[in-house]
Design a protein. Structure first.
Length: 277
């Protein structure tokens, strides 16, 4: 399992050093809310939640950026084995399926993603690394969660949205223009590889070439407001994310890679500039 470096989150999109993890119905059921509070380095949340459409709210009370990704275990996997494998940074931990989450919440802020959580056993993680080189999950940001039996749920159970973002190899497709202000957007992985969606506001007149060459540290920075997005999803998974965009230009990208030796997806063309008006 490969992780996103929190302090170099923007640079992960640009530098090509893949430090990321993972190597609607109009009659949708109303969503319940699961609040997850992040600190250095722990999650606070209930031990269980009923199955169904669940709006996950990640509240960051820490001093660093954090994220939240859900993995559902298959019937043959033990929670202990999966946790040990993830903490050991195994590139492809078996017996789990990544179903999405909140890609980023900066300190003092929160982010939301609505997920169709089927009953079963889950592990939730923060996939970032700190400047100290230790992963957030190895420091404690990994928890088990039981989703108890409830109403049957699929990706079609998610609420309908005006816009859909489709993730595939290696393309980001947007069904209709995004607008400034708050909006719900469906994100679905229609590809054959694991994908996620990171979002950054483009500063001033910065060009794509400047963004791609930026080292993540130099000032002035071409990107800002790296918060929100959709955490890693395996093929066929979907989520509805809550986006609140100021007017301006935004870069959307996937920085995951298919294996430890392959290029990040954005270098293969999986990035898109959009304007919110």
């Amino acid at each position: 399992m490969r992780r996103i470096t929190a302090s170099k989150f923007i640079a992960a999109i640009l530098a090509g050093a893949p430090s990321a993890i993972y190597g609607g119905s109009r009659n949708a059921a109303p969503a319940r809310t699961l609040v997850v509070t992040a600190h250095e380095y722990s999650f606070q949340l209930p031990d269980s939640v009923p199955a169904g459409v669940v709006t996950v709210r990640l509240v960051n009370r820490g001093k660093n950026a954090h994220q939240l990704t859900f993995a559902r275990l298959d019937d043959t996997s033990s929670v202990d084995r999966v946790m040990r494998s993830l903490i050991a940074n195994k590139a492809r931990t078996g017996g789990i399926r990544w179903v999405g989450g909140v890609e980023s919440a900066i300190p003092g802020e929160s982010g939301e993603a609505t997920l169709p959580l089927a009953s079963g056993r889950y592990v939730i993680v923060c996939a970032y690394e700190g400047d100290h080189g230790l992963t957030h999950m190895s420091l404690g940001m990994i928890r088990s969660l039981v989703v108890t039996p409830g109403a049957p749920v699929t990706t079609q159970s998610l609420p309908s949205t005006p816009a859909t973002i489709e993730l595939s190899e290696y393309h980001i497709g947007i069904s209709s223009p995004l607008h400034s202000g708050r909006q719900l957007v469906r994100v679905v992985n229609v590809g054959k590889q694991r994908h996620h969606l990171v979002i950054g506001r483009i500063v001033g007149n910065a060009t794509t070439d400047e963004i791609m060459k930026w080292d993540g540290k130099s000032q002035p920075a071409p990107l800002a407001d790296m918060s929100g997005g959709s955490a890693a999803m395996d093929p066929g998974q979907a989520a509805v994310i809550d986006m609140n965009l100021a007017p301006g230009r935004y870069e959307l990208a996937c920085v995951l890679s298919d294996s430890g030796k392959s290029s990040p997806h954005y270098l293969l063309g999986m990035h898109q500039e959009v304007a919110a008006r």
